[in-house]
Every structure is written in C-alpha cells, then in structure tokens.
Design a protein around this ligand. Sequence first.
Ligand code: GLU
Length: 449
Amino acid sequence: MRMLDEKLYDIYDEVLRRNPGETEFHQAVHEVLDSLGPVIAKHPQYADAAIIQRLCEPERQIIFRVPWVDDRGAVRINRGFRVEFNSALGPYKGGLRFHASVYLGIVKFLGFEQIFKNALTGMPLGGAKGGSDFDPKGRSDGEVMRFCQSFMTELYRHLGEHTDIPAGDIGVGQREIGYLFGQYKRITNRYESGVLTGKGITWGGAQVRTEATGYGLVFFVDTMLSARGDSFEGKRVVISGSGNVALHAAEKVHQLGGTVVACSDSTGYVVEEKGIDVELLKAVKQQHRGRIADYVAARGADAHLCLEGSIWEVPCDIALPCATQNELNGSDAAALIRNRCRIVAEGANMPTTPSAVKLLTEAGVLFAPGKAANAGGVATSALEMQQNASRDSWTFEHTEARLAEIMRSIHDRCLATADEYGAPGSYVTGANIAGFTHVADAMLALGLV
Ligand code: GLU
C-alpha cells in the first residue's frame, strides 16, 4: 500500500487499532484516505471537525442471533448484521449479503463504500450494509423463507422507509426480498413499500432494478469510451461472475455491439469466442440455480469449460470484474496489461486488489472503481423509493433512460473532480473526492451529531 500523508496516516492507524482483524474494512478505508491528501490541504475545516474520523466510525452497528429450523428439523444458528454507517445525506441505504464469508469486517467495508457510492448518485441516501453468514446455496425455498423470517424478526425494529432501507447483494435476490418484506409487513401491520428495494414488480418493485447494476456498469463504460470517441462496437469483453450483475452487464454489452467472450462462477470459467449465449446462461443460473458446468453442457461444442488458471488471462479489450471482493490480483492485472486490455471497470464491490489497481493505472489502463461504476443498482433503488413514495410506477424505457443519465453524470463528476484536484483522468481520485466532499459538507452543516 502507498504511504498516506502524515495526518491521514494517524487516522488510518487509529482505524487499524479500533477494528482489529477486519482486513477488508482496512483496505476500503485506505483506498479512500489515499485520495484525500489534497482535500485536507485545501479544506482545513474537514480536519477541524474530525470529519474523516467520524466517517470511519459507524453511527450504529447491530449484531444478532438468527435461529431457524432446517428441513430435517435440526436447529441452526447464524449471525445477522446491519451496520448503519452514515445518515448525513438521507436514511441508511444499502444491501444485505447472505454468504458463508460474511463477518463484521466484510459488512463494514461494504457499508463504508456505500456511503461514497450513494453520495455519488446525487440521491438523498445515507450508507449502510448488512447480511449474514447464512449461505442460501443448496437450501430449499422453505429453509430460505424460515431463515429470512427469523432474520427480519430481529431486524424490523431498526428499519423504516425514513430510517433504514435494505436491498439485495450477493445471495439476496427477489426471492429473499419477498420473504423479508412479507415478514416485515406481518410484524408491523403496515404495507410500507419503501422499506426495502429490489421488490417484485407486482408488489411495489421498479422496472430495471434487477438489471440496474449490470446495465449501469455498461452505461458507465460506454461513457468512458464515447469520451474518447470510441464505442462497444467490436470490443471483446471478459466478465467474471454469473450472478445478477454479471448477467445483466453481459446482456447490455451484447445490445451495444460488444462480444462477451468469457464469464465465470466459483467453480470455473467458460470461454466462447463467438460470444456467450446470455439468455441460456440466465436460464441456467436464475431459473435452475445451476452452475457454469451446466451451461457448458447445455451449450454443446461451442463452449469450453476451464477449471484451471484465471479468467483474466483471456485476451480482451474490456474487463468487468463482477463477482466479489479481491478477485482480481496483481498477476491477473499483469496478464490484462500483457494482453492490451484498455479498460477495467468494477461491477462488484472492491474486486480489484490495491496492487492490481496500482499496476493497471501505472500501465495506463483506464480504471473505474466500483463506487462509481456499480452505483446504478442503488441509484435505481432510489428511483424505486421515489415511485413507492408517490404510489406511481414508471415504464422500463423511462427508468432505463434515467439510469443512463445518472451514470453519465457520475462519470462526468468523477472526471471534473479529478481535474479540479490535479489528477486528470483518475476515476479513483475523482470518485473518492466527489463522494467524500458531498458527505463531508452535509456533516459540517448538521453539526456534531
Ligand atoms: N448491494 C447493492 C450495492 O452494492 C445495492 C444496494 C441498494 O440498492 O441499496 O450497491
């Protein structure tokens, strides 16, 4: 990691001391602090009010037991989390992740990132994240429902459309949001649509929310390309993952004339020179909850399953890491550079390790950080909340046009801020500083709370 300037180093040291063992949280904080040197120099009022120290300490952290009964009648215990990080700009907002790897450090890194991502959307949203070490993979619908009901039986008291609004993340899609919403509705006796986003269309959900993170990512990259007089036409694209973000990113890349030549899941990756069949992959993954191997079997001779090596060795013009944190490391970055990849844009949260980011940016590869490039999901959640509040529903076309406009404006704001702070072309600096100053100014205005 690069050396921070002295004042920031002290703050970072204190974060390490107060949050032992939470390595992903440390990484997320370091990434932001790394950009803030010129901001502190220009605006001493932020340091005087200890804005950075306050930002690094969540406003509230909730950890709870989630007991449930599996299909065999055995009692199971998981741990639930909600970290309400910052509410200077609006009610706490951010997804829930259900995955075996979830612990406090993961939830805090995600919640911390969410503060700046949500600020970048320009919507009135605070930052939060939650989840559980429960893994829905291989669980029956009944087990998932009982888990979600137990999870919400504790969490509901901390939520509300003006207080805290969860959504999905890894392991939490429309099925889980449905069970969570049903239990919230039952306990509170309120049909409070705005308390969760990512709902089904017939029960308060918004058009485009399912597609939004992946589509938004591709709109962001499209703006990066068009700012340089280029387009997706004829581009080879590699996308890691095959969850909600990856599938919809692939769909939009194909619509814009690019070819997705590889994608993956935790068991391996598939390479197809003529392009992945996104409809088939969606059916395998979403309807049947299958694996990449099932897709390859259904596809026949055209697709090639790789169980060894890294997906980032597949030559491409554009790489979109859309799986999970720290999935693209230094040697992956070196392979991308060798193969003349031009753009890396993060669909997942913090998928690129710090050493990979350094290698890519030093080699002149354009790099778009997740807090800017994957903000389309939460931005469309804000559009869902707007529709819920006004008891309205918009068309797919209208909502998609709003999403595209939001992604363009995040892109432009990142570049303008990077210019202003002497780092022209750096999306990382632009995103961190634009997100930070937006929240910091609101925190100053609200006083020491
Ligand atoms: N989990 C998503 C993210 O990482 C969406 C959050 C939301 O819509 O609240 O931004």
